[in-house]
Every structure is written in C-alpha cells, then in structure tokens.
Design a protein around this ligand. Structure first.
Ligand code: ATP
Length: 234
C-alpha cells in the first residue's frame, strides 16, 4: 500500500533520514521505534508532503506521491496526527473535527461520522462547543486522533500519541489505535515506548541516526538481543 524506497530528507547540513526504505501493507499496523532524533517524525512528515525528499521515492497504491502537496496526499487517503496534539486551540472541539473533514464532500456522512466520534469519546461531546485549547492533554490527544479519523483515511499515521499522558490515558489511546485498525484502517505508528509499540504492532522498524538498523515482525523484534538491551531495558 505504502512504499518508501531509499528516501532521504535533509535539514541543511543534517540528514533527518538517510536512505531508508519502509513498506506498509494494507491492513497492517506498523510502528517506527527509536530514540529522540532518530528520524521517526521526519519519516511521517516526508510521507505527508511536509518535507521535500532529497533522494528516493514514495508510492501509495502504486502512485508516486513523493513531491505531492500535503492536501493531495490527504485526498489520496493518508491522514497524519502530528506529534504534540496540534489542535486548533481557539476553535471549538466540533470545529476541529470539521477541519479534519474539510476536503470531504459527503456532508451527510461527515455528520454521522462526527456523531460516531462523539459516541466513542463522550468527553468530546460534552465539550463540543468549548475551545480546544481549554481541554486537558489527554482530551486534546483524543481530539487530534478523532480529527485525523474524520478524513476517513485508508492509512492513519500517529506520531507519539502517548507522549506526556498519564498511564490510564495512554492505555485508552493504544486501545483506540487498535480499534481503528480492527475497523480496517491501516496504521503507521511512531512510538518511543518500544515495549508498548511491539506489543501492539504486526511489524516494526528501528531507526537510529536517520537509518533503519533492524526491522521485522513484532515477535522477532521482541526477541532481538540488541533491541532487548537498548530499548526494552534488558
Ligand atoms: P523525536 O521523537 O524527538 O521527534 P524523531 O525520531 O522523530 O525524534 P526527528 O524529529 O525526525 O526524530 O529528527 C531527526 C533528525 O533531524 C534530528 O537530528 C533532528 O535534530 C533533525 N531535525 C528534525 N527536524 C528538524 C528541523 N526542522 N530543522 C533542523 N533539523 C531537524
């Protein structure tokens, strides 16, 4: 479904990612793990058209999307829930959800999807008229996820959705991501908590300094000695 072939992204003299190749098949939940600065966010930003490629190609459903505009990429069915719950703080919860669906013309279904989001997140319904900036961190993360899903993506990308949240909220967010996948959406997840990520994904890629050092099934990665020592606390 998604194929990154030998891509690099350059920030001036720094290579954000350095000739990486990643594949995500339809229906999979794939995670990118690795320390701070490894290049995980850069990879998602490149897929979304937010960073230009200096080498390589990105194909989605067989179409070359490397170099496409972010809006075209959303239109093809890729949604990106960025790191740090970037909700629109001045807009209401409802308006934030509407923004997620701004390119959709099936307004009737947008309305019913919004109702489904509110059923799934009763807290968001209660606060639907409230400015998003006044929500708690966990609520803003739920809103950011719900907003991405309002685009009805075929591939949903989540960047560190658990960052800075209390353990019970983290659990809820992970369950939600698993549910999104069960409903048929393919997921590409960036997660610093390698243990949690490997517990929920089908396959994973480990990035270090902008390069992929290991990849494989969740079971293989969990059994990998280097990963156990460096990322799973032995
Ligand atoms: P984090 O969890 O901290 O976001 P990450 O694995 O997502 O880590 P990236 O944010 O993709 O890592 O960063 C990869 C490399 O690119 C790092 O060396 C980082 O300093 C650099 N980098 C990222 N964004 C920029 C930018 N806008 N300008 C300059 N360098 C950047």
């Amino acid at each position: 479904m998604l194929k990154l072939d030998d891509i690099s992204v350059r920030y001036g003299a720094t290579l954000g990612v350095d000739r990486i190749s990643i594949e995500v098949r339809e229906g999979e939940l794939v995670t990118l793990i690795g320390a701070n600065g490894a290049g995980k966010s850069t990879t998602l930003r490149a897929i979304s058209g937010l960073e230009p490629l200096s080498t390589g190609s990105i194909r989605f459903d067989g179409h070359d999307i490397g170099g496409a505009m972010p809006a075209q990429i959303i239109e093809r069915g890729i949604a990106h829930c960025p790191e740090g719950r970037r909700v629109f703080p001045q807009l209401s919860v409802r308006e934030n959800l509407e923004m997620g669906a701004y390119r959709r013309i099936d307004r009737q279904r947008v309305r019913s999807d919004m109702e489904r989001m509110f059923d799934r997140f009763p807290r968001l319904r209660e606060r639907s008229g409230q400015a998003a900036g006044t929500l708690s961190g966990g609520e803003q993360q739920m809103l950011a996820i719900a907003r991405a899903l309002m685009a009805r993506p075929r591939l949903a990308m989540f960047d560190e959705p658990s960052l800075g949240l209390a353990p019970n909220i983290v659990q809820m967010i992970f369950e939600l991501i698993l549910e999104v996948r069960r409903e048929g959406t393919t997921v590409l997840l960036v997660e610093q908590n390698a243990y949690a990520a490997l517990g929920m994904c089908d396959r994973a890629y480990l990035l270090e300094n902008g390069r992929i050092v290991t990849s494989g099934s969740a079971a293989d990665m969990l059994a990998n000695e280097t990963i156990r020592k460096s990322y799973l606390g032995g």
